[in-house]
Design a protein around this ligand. Structure first.
Ligand code: BGC
Ligand code: BGC
Length: 620
């Protein structure tokens, strides 16, 4: 039939031949194209059929909850291909995943939400379903290894709308109360776990030496012993969050010497201190900066994040002595080392060399955080050439999987929405209020200006932070750099807290800019609530942390309108107020209190006394 058709119509027959030729050429071009892409990315994704044969096994002891973790890890490791092992070492920012199938295809092992990176709507339910969707993608892989999902729940699960926002660590440092810190860390982890996330990038164990550093507020202050004690309490508090099915995981960061970088040495031209160089002898580095990590490791740390600073010119991320000799061997750390944001690419000139160097130094999990294909290709190349040994690969993966099993990820059922009511619960807000109250530091109290009377006739209130939840909460709240205003955070502002505290007969007047011009008589009290605009990390590096001209102008105006002037400073670090403080009657350091400003009024109006002590020097 076919032939007869051809003979009947020779021109068509000739056309068909051409078509065949055309399609053959097209096919060849396509193959070359695909080949080019593979070479370009250099990633060799294993073919599906090979995988499926291997995956149809019923023999999966690693899924047996009754076996000891080490046995489960052995079994799983024995089943894994090199490709799957590499995938377990990747930690990818969730916004780099444009298609859930990529998680399956690349066998990705871990995801994170960078600052502010959540679902489109930031509600707890949307967070939970986002994380569950990511997890479900791993169920389509051969070995179904669950993802470890990490987030900076550093002062509450503060990316989530409605979460309790606790004071930043600098305020907790002022409380010197490890029991309180432990309870806060657990409450935070409980809110995090409710959204299906088990891994927090906290506590921060840096010991800041220079308040010009933008990360100062992420720390417990400059006293290494206080950092070590509170850091351990925080770590254990996170890991206290557990059930039959999971154990939340904390991260001790940033190993090592975060906070000791010299001003002006930052590699990034936008920064001054962050990503800078630490000039210290081995002995001094150990005395001050190793101490908190020693305690954390001895107290159960299972993840340590290596920072992006250089120590005497050598990048921490690529420092074998620090990561392998000191942390893993000397301190006996058996968990995994995770690199910081893009950290493995900052060690030497090419991405390949930099990665190889970092992995060989002791990095186990790589926060790339964007390019997983490039990461996987470089790992394949390094393993093929012997630049990274199979032994190092296996060691890294074994560490990661051991933690995953301990975290319970293989055994837990999918997280369901039943637990969401704990987010921003009344109980957690009471705890946050307690923390705020205990963190208040009385910097000046001339003629017993404080506490104030709840029965004062007239109180005037002004200043940039008086009615601003964003400023109270600081960076790492809703957005990486924080927000400025009353949206995205559920809580009580200082103004509201004062109104809720004073008697019915007290006249409270508020003006953002301190314009109380119509008023004739002096107010009994003027309360100026001033401070810093939110910032995070290197963007908060600041040559001279001080009050803005606007805040100083407001304080001036209030001074002439009130019988006594109280200044409340909402800031992530000490501000330079030396020139002005003599004119103020009472001054309170409130740090970055978070969502519950009623803790400020608890001490301001004398329901509780001031117990906070400076966690870092504040020259007055
Ligand atoms: C910070 C870490 C943080 C990570 C993920 C980095 O820039 O240094 O502290 O955990 O980003 O957001
Ligand atoms: C992310 C943060 C991260 C930072 C590092 C931001 O885009 O949201 O999580 O720490 O980049 O530069």
């Amino acid at each position: 039939m076919y032939f007869s058709h051809i003979t009947k119509n020779p021109s068509t027959s000739f056309g068909t031949g051409k078509k065949i030729l055309f399609f053959t050429i097209l096919f060849v071009l396509l193959i070359i194209g695909v080949g080019f892409l593979v070479v370009k990315n250099n990633v060799m994704v294993p073919a599906k059929d090979i995988l499926s044969e291997r995956c149809n096994q019923d023999d999966t002891p690693y899924l047996d909850q009754t076996l000891p973790v080490a046995k489960r890890v052995d079994d799983l490791m024995g089943k894994m291909t090199e490709w799957e092992k590499i995938g377990q070492m990747a930690l990818i920012e969730k916004n780099s995943i444009h298609d859930l199938n990529e998680i399956t295809k690349y066998n990705l092992g871990a995801l994170l939400s960078g600052g502010g990176a959540g679902p489109k709507v930031e509600t707890p339910a949307a967070w939970l379903s986002m994380v569950n969707n990511f997890q479900n993608a791993t169920q389509k892989t051969c070995l179904k290894i669950p993802l470890l999902y990490g987030i900076d729940a550093t002062h509450g699960h503060a990316n989530v709308l409605g979460a309790t926002v606790f004071p930043h660590s600098i305020g907790l440092g002022a409380t010197r109360d490890s029991d309180l810190v432990r309870r806060i860390a657990k409450a935070t982890a409980d809110e995090m776990v409710a959204t299906g996330i088990y891994w927090s990038f906290s506590p921060n164990l840096d010991v800041p030496q220079d308040i010009r550093w933008g990360k100062t507020y992420e720390t417990f202050g400059s006293d290494a012993n206080n950092v070590a004690t509170l850091g351990l309490a925080y770590l254990q508090g996170v890991q206290d969050s557990s059930s039959k099915y999971f154990n939340a995981l904390a991260t001790a960061k940033h190993f090592i010497g975060g906070g000791a970088m010299e001003y002006g040495t930052a590699r990034n031209k936008n920064f001054k201190v962050e990503e800078g160089n630490i000039t210290l002898s081995d002995k001094s580095l150990r005395q001050t900066h190793l101490l908190p990590f020693q305690k954390a490791v001895a107290g159960g740390a299972r993840a340590v994040m290596v920072g992006t600073a250089t120590w005497n010119g050598v990048n921490n991320t690529g420092n074998h002595y620090l990561l392998t000799d000191v942390l893993k061997k000397e301190l006996g750390f058996s968990g995994f080392v995770v690199s910081d944001w893009y950290g493995v690419y900052q060690v030497s000139d090419t991405r390949y060399d930099s990665l190889v160097h970092s992995i060989n130094a002791g990095v186990d999990m790589v926060m790339t955080p964007f390019e997983y294909k490039d990461f996987m290709a470089n790992m394949q190349k390094a393993l093929a050439s012997g630049d990274i040994s199979q032994g190092r690969l296996d060691d890294a993966v074994r560490r990661i999987l051991t933690v995953k099993f301990n975290t319970g990820l293989f055994d837990r059922p999918e997280a369901v929405s039943g637990g969401l009511s704990i987010i921003g619960s009344a109980k957690h807000r009471v705890l946050a209020r307690e923390a705020v109250r205990k963190s208040q530091v009385l910097l000046k109290n001339e003629n017993s200006a404080l506490p104030l009377s709840k029965l004062s006739g007239q109180i005037i209130i002004a200043g940039s932070a008086a009615d601003n939840l964003g400023r109270q909460a600081g960076g790492w709240t809703t957005e990486w750099q924080g927000i400025d205003g009353n949206y995205g955070i559920v809580g009580t502002t200082v103004l509201e807290a004062i109104k809720n505290t004073v008697s019915k007969n007290t006249n409270v007047e508020y003006s953002l800019e301190g314009n109380f011009s119509k008023q004739e008589a002096l107010a009994d009290v003027g309360i100026a609530v001033v401070g810093e605009k939110p910032y995070a990390e290197g963007w908060g590096d600041n040559a001279n942390p001080s009050l803005s001209a606007e805040d100083l102008a407001v304080i001036e105006k209030m001074k002439v309108k009130s019988k006594k002037l109280i200044v409340i400073i909402i800031s992530g670090r000490p501000l330079d107020i030396k020139k002005y403080v003599h004119a103020w009657d009472g001054v309170v350091a409130s740090w970055l209190p978070g969502s519950e400003a009623s803790g400020i009024t608890d001490t301001l109006f004398g329901d509780y006394s001031f117990v906070g002590q400076l966690p870092i020097d504040w020259p007055l």
